[in-house]
Design a protein around this ligand. Structure first.
Ligand code: DAH
Length: 339
């Protein structure tokens, strides 16, 4: 019996030794120490041995059991530690590997310019309103005091949908809609798309963007217009920017002006960017014509106002030093991701 015990101990030890997982180890435990296990079987047969030998064999059997249990426990611990260190090894991060580049969406330069203008004018108390791109000839021309024979009315300049419906050629008709709908004081800006019959080239596009401004109230004068645009120009192009008004002619304003800003590259000294002028033209403006006010039911004897219109593409080209308008419409990622 002593021999049998020694033999079981040897076999069990070998089995434990060769176990590769907790499951295998468990099978070994059942095989030797389980209810129907080999060692348990030996202990059951104790009745057949002599009473003198019983305590000796019993003690030996218990020692073998304890040793095997301890051995299994140790092996189980060893397997768990091995599993953990293998897991850690496999999950190791190589922080020296180059990172994957994430492509983050960017706003289009025209959106950037529009958003900045919105911010600036909202900061001055303007309200943003939008008008339709399909507009009546009345709002786009007649109500804006355009003479019946004005060349811009021609179908070679304007996209007509019918004789009196067209794609707006300017954002100015939103002025008309605002004045028809609201009593003064009015203080609005209106950004949006406009359309003109033009071939696409480095400076022209049949579709482009403008932002219209309109202020109507009692006692609004040219000084208010100059102050508003000077503040806008400094916010848009830098604190040192100066503005200059040159007489011009628009049907819907009297007096009318074209507005230049001092060159933000050379500061006004004259450089290649401003073609040695020191000044760059950025927008049209003026005092709203009395005919336009009265046509919208606003008494020009009581109210006055100013208006201005600025091209967003023009500002984007200048601000970001882009030399070809077409780049803004081609949507080449290599161009767009620079902004
Ligand atoms: N609508 C003019 C254009 O498309 C721009 C403009 C000039 C708008 C003077 C105005 C203004 O409101 O007062 O060229």
């Amino acid at each position: 019996m002593r021999e049998q015990l020694e033999n079981i101990k040897k076999l069990a030890s070998d089995d434990i030794q060769s176990s590769r997982s907790d499951a295998e180890l468990d099978a070994v435990r059942v095989k030797y120490l389980g209810k129907k296990g080999l060692l348990t079987g030996i202990l059951r047969g104790m009745g057949q041995i002599s009473p003198e030998e019983r305590p000796v064999i019993g003690a030996l059997a218990n020692t073998v059991r304890e040793e095997l249990e301890k051995y299994i426990e140790e092996k189980s611990l060893f397997l768990r530690e091995k599993e953990l260190s293998e897991k850690l090894e496999n999950e190791k991060l190589d922080v020296t590997l180059p990172a994957k580049k994430k492509n983050i969406g960017k706003l289009h330069p025209i959106s950037l310019v529009e958003n900045r203008m919105r911010e600036i004018f909202i900061g001055m108390g303007f309200e943003v309103v939008e008008g339709p791109e399909v507009e009546s000839a009345y709002n786009n021309f007649d109500a804006l005091n355009a003479p019946a024979d004005h060349p811009s009315r021609d179908y070679t300049d304007t996209f007509y949908i019918s004789t009196d419906i067209l794609l707006r050629t300017q954002t100015s008709p939103v002025q008309i809609r605002a004045m028809q709908k609201k009593k003064p004081p009015i203080r609005i800006i209106s950004p949006g798309r406009v359309y003109r019959v033009d071939e696409l080239d480095s400076t022209h596009s049949p579709v482009f963007h403008q932002l219209e401004g309109l202020v109507i109230d009692k006692n609004i004068n040219m000084g208010d217009l100059k102050g508003t645009l000077a503040l806008f120009a400094r916010a848009m192009f830098g604190e040192r920017t100066k503005t200059r008004f040159r007489p011009h002619n628009f049907p819907f304003t009297e007096p009318s002006a074209e507005v230049d800003v001092s060159c933000f590259v050379c500061g006004g000294k004259g450089c290649r960017f401003c073609k040695s002028e020191g000044w760059i033209e950025i927008l049209g403006a003026g005092m709203v014509h009395p005919n336009v006010l009265s046509g919208c039911g606003i008494d020009p004897e009581v109210y006055t106002g100013f208006a201005f219109g600025v091209g967003l593409e023009r500002v984007a080209l200048l601000k970001y030093n882009i030399d070809d308008l077409r780049l803004l419409y081609e949507n080449d990622i290599r161009f767009l991701e620079q902004f």
